[in-house]
Design a protein around this ligand. Structure first.
Ligand code: ADP
Length: 256
């Protein structure tokens, strides 16, 4: 398990890590590249302000930390170190130099068949691992999948990392404050019909539905259910009618 230390201030953090360029901004904090001053290793750090104790961001970060600490899988982002100052929480993770998988979709419009197969194989392995450990991710979406390194177009080698465990549910952590269970969790496009229809507990099967949405998305370049308003989207999902019936299957046949 990664160490979890309380340190005095930001200066103490910078004694351990040299802070580099910004990699992205999430809903709650900034992610930056860092270099360990001890090992010289390049890593990523997510920083969240603790200014509002009990806020959703802190609850989600706490959940993410507690779940990630317990996970060990080649395609799940590895948490290396946790540092806390009285004001901030720093999550040091492995660095994914390939960036977001969605960037590939924006660039190509869809994935090549070999890439799509590989992404699906790795995602299925992650889900099998999580579910066999009684963990439900609850926010599985393409936007939460990063590439460990850029895709090499000569070899088509793909190595993904699943991130964002801020909504994940783990039986052994059931005493953790759960800000989400009384709200619908997840992202509308990836939401299973049973989650829309009832407020029943989000189950493993809902993760499987989200995996199906990801598969459709990477093969067709579009999510299966769409709607300008949430209500219309929910209606499409519940009635099982994909919004885009005229999918450009040519994309797939072109590649054999
Ligand atoms: P969100 O809260 O929106 O889910 P995060 O805070 O986890 O997003 O991350 C924000 C962005 O930072 C990501 O979209 C990604 O581009 C980048 N990022 C996050 N983690 C890493 C990492 N380990 N390596 C490289 N980039 C990362």
């Amino acid at each position: 398990r990664p160490p979890h230390s309380r340190v005095e201030d930001d200066a103490a953090v910078e004694k351990r890590y040299a802070i580099g360029q910004e990699l992205g901004r999430g809903s709650f904090g900034i992610v930056r590249e860092v270099t360990s001053r001890f090992t010289g290793e390049l890593l990523a750090v997510k920083t969240v302000n603790k200014d509002k104790p009990g806020s959703t961001s802190i609850q989600m970060l706490t959940r993410e930390v507690e779940v990630l600490k317990r996970l060990d899988h080649p395609h799940i982002i590895k948490l290396e170190d946790i540092l806390e100052t009285p004001q901030k929480m720093y999550l040091v993770m492995e660095l994914c130099t390939g960036g977001e998988l969605t960037a590939r979709l924006k660039q190509l419009g869809y994935f090549r068949e070999s890439e799509a197969k590989e992404v699906m194989r790795q995602l299925t392995e992650v889900l099998t691992y999580l579910h066999s450990n009684d963990i439900v991710h609850r926010d599985l979406k393409l936007e939460n999948v990063l590439l460990k390194s850029p895709i090499n177009s000569a070899t088509d080698k793909i190595d993904i990392r699943v991130t964002d465990f801020g909504l994940a549910h783990m039986k052994s952590l059931s005493d953790l404050e759960d800000p989400i269970m009384d709200e619908r969790c997840g992202t509308p496009y990836y939401m299973a019909p049973e989650v829309i229809l009832s407020r029943h507990e989000y189950t493993k099967m809902c993760d499987v539905w989200s995996l199906g949405v990801i598969m459709y998305y990477i093969i067709c370049g579009k999510v299966p259910f769409h709607g300008d308003a949430n209500l219309k989207l929910e209606e499409c999902i519940v009635h099982g009618e994909p919004t885009f019936k005229e999918v450009e299957w040519i994309n797939i046949s072109e590649q054999g």
